[in-house]
Design a protein around this ligand. Structure first.
Ligand code: GYE
Length: 366
């Protein structure tokens, strides 16, 4: 019997103990409340000793992207695919993720999937998972650790490339409109500090700004959240009267920024010469794309959150002893309403730009 399978059976016994306790407690509670639904779901799992158990430590629920990402795992890590998923929401706190991982280790899950809030600080806990012989798969942001054999695979996006694409578009667009680089005044509303997506998107901007000679007036994190995005942009608008580009590192920040811009009596749009403020965003979730359609987000660079299927493929490959890629980058699109720029070239690759329509938005999963 293989080590993984053997551990799985022992592990199921532990999980069954926990589940049985849960069921007894659940039964008492549910009998009191007169509802039997939750109990049914748990019984299903306890009668499936062959299910692969996956502990998923998720960052939180800070954005529409994150909600779509969680949903992708909830849809794929299911009994029909031979998996039982335990889910933990860390509310954007690394210490909560570390506790969750230790709990998964204690429960002897078969796999740990980690969507890390930031890059650093994972060496110890991933070593603990490795000592317990539990394979770890990292998704979305990366982990910055000495020993990369502590995770089996990483699946996510090339965040720096996303930033470069956005900036290449800005350069092409403003050049086409005859706007001089020294008249471009940008504020960068950053994502969660230390997250790979923040680092990549910020670096994409700072490199392009020094290459083209744009002004970056301020850089401040809004933690990928809408309310914070609105607050930070309102503050910056009061501080600088010459902002004409707001570079938001995700859709929710951009939606908050739009509210702040409108409340300040200004207009989000693309006519910079006549006072519009041009908003750039990342993710291209439904909420962001609707703002593109309204002409309020000028450019939305997609970041695909549908990672569940890829992770499942890696798990299956490990189970079957087959080869798989250690690093998988997901393909992504770029959306605008204004079709002045039809494509951009980044690192010798051409990227088509899609003109948003309501049909396109309706056909997308997130
Ligand atoms: O862009 C943002 C989310 O790391 C790619 O995190 C992810 C980012 C995404 O909260 O909306």
């Amino acid at each position: 019997m293989s080590k993984v399978k053997c551990r799985r059976i022992i592990n199921k016994m532990n999980i069954h103990k926990v589940m049985s306790l849960g069921l007894i407690l659940g039964f008492i509670l549910l009998t009191m409340s007169g509802c039997g639904k939750k109990q049914e779901a748990e019984e299903d799992v306890s009668t499936q000793p062959e299910l692969i158990t996956v502990g998923f430590s998720q960052v939180g629920a800070e954005s529409d992207w994150r909600v779509a990402n969680t949903e992708s795992f909830r849809k794929t890590m299911v009994k029909g695919n031979g998996v039982y998923m335990m889910y933990d929401d860390a509310q954007q706190k690394q210490d909560k993720q570390i506790i969750a991982i230790r709990n998964f280790i204690q429960q002897e899950v078969d796999y740990i999937v980690l969507a890390p809030v930031m890059e650093t600080g994972w060496d110890t806990v991933l070593q603990e998972a490795s000592d317990a012989d539990i394979p770890v798969i990292v998704v979305d942001r990366m982990v910055d650790i000495e020993d990369t054999s502590l995770y089996k695979a990483w699946i996510g996006s090339d965040f720096k490339r996303e930033g470069k694409i956005a900036c290449e578009w800005l350069d092409r667009f403003t050049t086409a409109k005859g706007i001089r680089p020294e008249d471009i005044n940008i504020v960068d509303i950053q994502g969660t500090e230390g997250a790979t997506s923040q680092i990549g998107r910020t670096n994409g901007l700072t490199e392009a700004a020094s290459k083209h000679g744009w002004n970056i007036l301020a850089m401040e994190s809004a933690d990928y959240a809408q309310t914070k995005g609105k607050e930070v942009v309102a503050k910056l608008l009061a501080q600088f009267d010459n902002i004409n580009v707001v570079y938001c590192e995700n859709d929710n920040e951009a939606i908050g920024a739009i509210e702040a811009i409108e409340e300040a009596g200004k207009k989000p749009g693309t006519d910079i010469e006549n006072g519009d403020i041009l908003v750039i965003s990342f993710d291209a979730a439904h909420s962001g794309l609707n703002k593109v359609l309204e002409g309020k987000i000028a450019l939305d660079v997609e970041c695909n959150p549908l990672q569940g299927e890829e992770v499942l493929n890696v798990i299956k490959a490990i189970e079957e002893g087959k080869d798989y890629n250690k690093y998988t980058y997901i393909n992504e699109s770029i959306f605008t309403l204004d079709d002045t720029v039809k494509s951009v070239n980044v690192d010798d690759k051409n990227y088509e730009i899609t003109k948003v329509t309501s049909d396109i938005i309706g056909s997308r999963e997130y």
